[in-house]
Design a protein. Structure first.
Length: 299
């Protein structure tokens, strides 16, 4: 039996209108990505032949995905992937969906990457940070021997990270750990995008985040600073002299996180803004002598 066919342009317009009627943010963009996911068609091909037919089966799957998106299931959970730093990462309900904001952290880390550096990503989630660092380091032929460790308390998240490392062919070591509980090594660079949203704020977030991102990857406890405090204090015994500690932060946390690092004895502390002009990354250098002097002063 011959299947009924539909025109690309028509079904895309219907899909866009449907998501708009359900008040989905960026409805036209999401409708397009879902159409691209179902059909494999590129934008160039679409504009070259918008009257091209798609099969009834493709149209059926497209509407199934549109209905999921209308229920506020994130686009990335439907397609199972998200681009980050130019690479495609597998994602699911066990990991925070990689966001463009976090690329600022990777870009700052790349400024200090050097040969044979030992790097730790704390609260690694999907593994997008250490994997991206190793991929970019590998592209710079003079930067060799960089080793990376990704740590997370969630075994489910680490399974996703392992799959991403296998797909992108980078040798990251994965450790299940409550912050530094199971981490015994020292590092030249520690990066982290920890949970930093205040608990009371989470319920006010969009449904895509509060209902589908793992709570454990969002909740920074009462003041949003719980994990910054732990990582700053516990990282001291895991940093080589001259090593860097770098955090992604919420846009209103730069002063608090910088103060935590300063009080712990870190030096050369600076804040990096994102493309929107918001504070996004805080970096500081570990100087063994300065930190030891700071500790003695407090005694």
């Amino acid at each position: 039996m011959k299947q009924r066919t539909l025109k690309l342009q028509r079904i895309y317009k219907e899909g866009s209108a449907y998501l708009e009627s359900r008040q989905i943010p960026d409805a036209q963009i999401d409708a397009w990505y879902l159409l691209e996911y179902v059909t494999g068609i590129s934008r160039a091909s679409y504009y070259g032949n918008p009257e091209k037919n798609i099969s009834e089966e493709e149209a059926k799957r497209y509407w199934e995905y549109l209905e999921k998106r209308a229920r506020r299931i994130p686009l990335q959970h439907i397609t199972g992937s998200q681009e980050f730093m130019g690479y495609e990462f597998l994602v699911n309900e066990h990991v925070l969906i990689p966001r463009q904001d976090t690329e600022n952290l990777v870009e700052e880390a790349l400024k200090v990457i050097r040969p044979d550096m030992h790097v730790l990503d704390m609260c690694t989630g999907s593994g997008c940070i250490p994997i991206s660092l190793l991929k970019y380091a590998a592209e710079r032929k003079h930067i060799t021997g960089v080793k990376a460790v990704g740590a997370d308390i969630s075994a489910d998240a680490l399974e996703v990270a392992k799959k991403n490392a296998q797909r992108l062919k980078v040798p990251v070591i994965w450790v299940q750990s409550d912050i530094f509980e199971n981490v015994s090594e020292s590092f030249d660079l520690i990066v982290s995008n920890p949970p930093y949203i205040r608990t009371e704020v989470i319920q006010g977030l969009e449904d895509e985040v509060k209902l589908h991102d793992p709570w454990i990857a969002l909740d920074g406890h009462e003041d949003g600073l719980y994990f910054y405090k732990r990582i700053v204090s516990e990282s001291i015994s895991h940093l080589n002299d001259g090593a860097w500690l770098m955090f992604e932060i919420g846009h209103d946390q730069a002063e608090d996180v910088s103060k935590l690092m300063k009080n712990a004895g870190f030096c050369n502390i600076y804040v990096k803004k994102d493309l929107a002009g918001l504070d996004r990354v805080v970096c500081g250098m570990y100087n063994k002598r300065v930190v030891e002097n700071s500790s003695r002063t407090k005694m």
